[in-house]
Design a protein around this ligand. Structure first.
Ligand code: NAI
Ligand code: PYR
Length: 372
């Protein structure tokens, strides 16, 4: 198969969909890899390194899309890329379609076969291609939050860990999954007081066990959410209903009751955001804004800020599934691997993921009726 790797164009997105090591794995299996010039530079991989393992370097991204049968990316296509796809092309990347009607429409119109990293799902419920970036974003959420709490960034002017004689900051994490657990690890490590809210009692029990009394766990209900938001110096939003638009767990009224200068980091922004007052996606260039006296941060590609770590971590998970797509072709690969079938969000003009169809009020088509 001919595989194309374009340079990412989202604001400050320095990850790349394939490293030279990954390219070597595809090429060893007889595939051809086309890489846009400078695509890997932000992650520390030069054109020379790609060439040395047998990749072809393209200067013209339009030609790269035209020549490739499968595109391997990191972030969802932006408007300037919509016109580059061709019918039947496999697109293997993060898509986050539930809050993105225009992108969904563009992919349906182009009749691409879109496999979204974030909905590939194992029978256990685990999301193996989301996990590595959730680990990065969870850890980053605390360092970002700690920075925004500094006075000159609009924050309260408190140090997460406090100092002897002064109480530490209160960190509230809503959603105790992969992001939440990694956020808690960092916050506990920095000496903050940490509360985690989740709907799942078994998840709270697990967190209670692994943190061994270092965090408070609370059931996520309206009373606990309101009470926790009032106390929070830093609030991290990281709930997920796979593939669907994020539920708004913190209302505008709750935000109004938060301390002036407290900070919200809404990691769930890539699924539309989990806090009612998050009304925009921000970028690494200009990552925060103020609303009701509270600093809001809503960058949808947080791991893009640490691209070397993130690219290598991401490829560790995406490569085995990418090789299945390339070796067998999309149809056989998804029939053989139900986890990969769960990743199929759009297929030749149809929405094939229920959460996306429901969120966008579009018709859903069971992919097994299209691919047999
Ligand atoms: N902004 C960014 O750069 C990045 C964003 N993300 C996003 O972070 C979000 C969280 O991802 P993960 O932690 O991997 O998901 P996860 O599936 O591991 O955890 C989500 C947790 O939310 C809980 N939950 C669901 N609804 C809830 C509610 N109403 N109240 C309380 N808890 C609720 C679930 O029980 C689960 O424990 C996703 O939207 C993901 O795409 C991930 C990486 C980077
Ligand atoms: C998960 C995601 O969207 C990201 O890593 O950018």
């Amino acid at each position: 198969m001919i595989i194309g790797v374009p340079k990412e164009i989202k604001n400050n997105e320095n990850r790349v969909g394939m490293t030279p090591g990954g390219a070597k794995a595809y090429i060893r299996k007889g595939h051809k890899v086309l890489v846009e010039t400078h695509a890997g530079e932000g992650s520390g991989f030069t054109d020379e390194e790609y060439k040395s393992v047998g990749c072809e370097i393209y200067t013209d991204v339009t030609k790269l899309f035209a020549d490739a049968e499968m595109i391997v990316k990191v972030k969802e296509p932006l408007a300037s890329e919509y016109g580059l796809f061709k019918e039947g092309q496999i697109l293997y990347t993060y898509l986050h379609l539930a809050p993105a009607p225009e992108l969904t429409e563009a992919l349906l119109k182009a009749k691409v076969k879109g496999v979204a990293f974030e909905t590939v799902q194992l029978p256990s419920g685990e999301l193996p291609l989301l996990t590595p970036m959730s680990e990065v974003a969870g850890r980053m959420s605390i360092q970002v939050g700690a920075t925004l709490l500094q006075k000159y960034n609009g924050g309260l002017g408190v140090l997460l860990g406090g100092v002897p004689g002064v109480a530490p900051a209160e960190v509230v994490i809503i959603g105790g999954g992969k992001v939440g657990t990694n956020a808690a690890k960092m916050a506990v490590g920095m000496g903050a007081r940490v509360t985690i809210l989740d709907m799942s009692l078994s998840r709270l029990a697990y967190l209670d066990d692994i943190f061994n009394g270092r965090v408070t766990t609370l059931v996520s209900n309206e009373y606990n959410l309101e009470d926790s938001a009032k106390k929070a110096d830093l609030l991290v939003g990281c709930v997920l209903v796979p593939g669907s638009a994020a539920p708004k767990v913190v209302s505008e009224d709750m935000v109004k009751q938060m301390k002036k200068g407290s900070v919200i980091v809404d990691v769930a922004i890539d699924q539309g955001g989990s806090i009612a007052t998050i009304d925009r996606v921000t970028t690494h260039d200009n990552p925060s804004y103020e609303s009701h006296g509270v600093v809001h941060y809503s960058v949808a590609n947080m791991p893009g800020a640490v691209p070397r770590t993130s690219t290598i971590a991401l490829e560790g998970s995406t490569l085995p599934y990418g090789l299945q797509l390339a070796d067998k072709g999309l149809e056989q690969a998804v029939l053989d691997n139900p986890a990969l079938m769960k990743g199929l969000n759009v297929y030749e003009g149809f929405v094939t993921y229920k959460g996306v169809a429901d969120s966008l009020e579009l018709p859903y088509v069971d992919p097994y009726t299209l691919i047999k």
